[in-house]
Write a protein that binds this ligand. Structure first.
Ligand code: SF4
Length: 327
């Protein structure tokens, strides 16, 4: 990336501008996003992340989309923190399979300064030594915890906004939108890159979607990675009967994120299993340049395409996995 391009990043987007972009005639929108994408990224490359749930279920939070919240009656099996060696075995496998980023997720409300956190620190060091970009998503984080993770070699921290500030209370009551922003700020202060995006299909309006993108696109530094998720409807959660997300809504979200935050990686995340290859191709055309994939065919607790299906799709579309930046 050239320095003069960096200077052209905008952090002063307005709601009206993003709204106008999102609502453009679809083909115009995709054309514009695809053009921006080609100025900032190699359109043949898609970065592959592998996500491993290192501690599953039993979460005290009440995120109404999530099958891991203890209070909902879902089929998800609770799993205590995995042994470090098990996690490192998965990480080696992910690297062999072409992943460049390994993301470890724990269903915690927040990080506590206890032995489990010490183990996470060991996992971060171990995955870093394998030569993968290490990402964690562990809930809320203080500045000193973020610093410890950074010193262990953490490359990125995921903390999604989920939805707009206005709609947040409808989806989660156990924490606030401001808690989210504070954790993101703590991650930034520690010098870790930020992965933050959201989910559509929660019952939000287009105005909520725009508000969420506006929060991200007006940050002093755009998140380096912006996951756009379509709700994966988990049986037993309050949102299990929500309608399936329309593919064109996903395409519009991805395209708007791409135009507003041109240097960021835009990740086509949850919900991919319900999209066919043509629909996914539209998402790549709209500027998505990252996916989650792996041997396990799950994304935390919901189904996801496996690596071999994804490699077949990449071959057909002429895409290739992006090589890790840290090696
Ligand atoms: S999304 Fe995260 S914080 Fe919310 S219930 Fe699920 S595991 Fe807990």
């Amino acid at each position: 990336m050239h320095m003069n391009q960096k200077e052209r990043l905008r952090h002063d987007w307005t709601r009206a501008e993003l709204f106008a972009i999102y609502n453009k005639p679809l083909l115009e929108l995709v054309y514009e996003a695809a053009s921006v994408h080609r100025k900032w990224h190699n359109p043949e490359e898609v970065q592959i992340s592998t996500l491993l749930s290192v501690k599953t279920g039993g979460c005290p939070e009440d995120c109404s989309y999530c099958g891991q919240a203890a209070r909902y009656h879902t089929d998800i099996k609770v799993q205590a923190l995995l042994p470090t060696e098990t996690v490192l075995t998965h990480a080696r496998k992910a690297k062999e399979n072409g992943s460049s980023r390994f993301c470890m997720a724990a269903a915690w409300r927040e990080v506590r300064d206890n032995r489990d956190f010490d183990r996470i620190i060991d996992m971060v060091k171990g995955v870093n030594d394998i030569g993968l970009e290490v990402c964690c998503t562990l809930g809320m984080l203080t500045e000193s915890q973020a610093k410890r993770l950074q010193e262990a070699g953490l490359y990125a921290y995921n903390h999604n906004l989920d939805t707009s500030e206005e709609y947040y209370d409808e989806i989660i009551s156990t924490r606030t939108f401001n808690n989210r922003i504070n954790t993101i700020n703590n991650v930034r202060k520690a010098g870790i890159t930020v992965c933050s995006g959201g989910i559509i299909g929660l019952g939000e309006t287009v105005a909520d979607r725009i508000a969420m993108l506006l929060t991200l696109a007006t940050m002093e530094l755009h998140p380096e990675s912006v996951p756009i998720n379509a709700l994966a409807r988990v049986k037993g959660t309050p949102l299990e009967n929500n309608p399936k997300v329309d593919i064109w809504d996903m395409v519009r979200m991805i395209a708007t994120a791409r135009i507003a935050m041109p240097a960021s990686i835009v990740r086509l995340s949850a919900g991919r299993v319900e999209m066919n290859e043509t629909e996914q191709a539209w998402c790549f055309m709209a500027g998505a340049n990252s996916i989650f994939s792996g041997e396990r065919e799950t994304l935390l607790v919901t189904p996801n395409p496996g690596m071999s299906d994804d490699m077949t799709m990449f071959a057909r579309l002429g895409l290739k996995p992006k090589v890790c930046q840290t090696t």
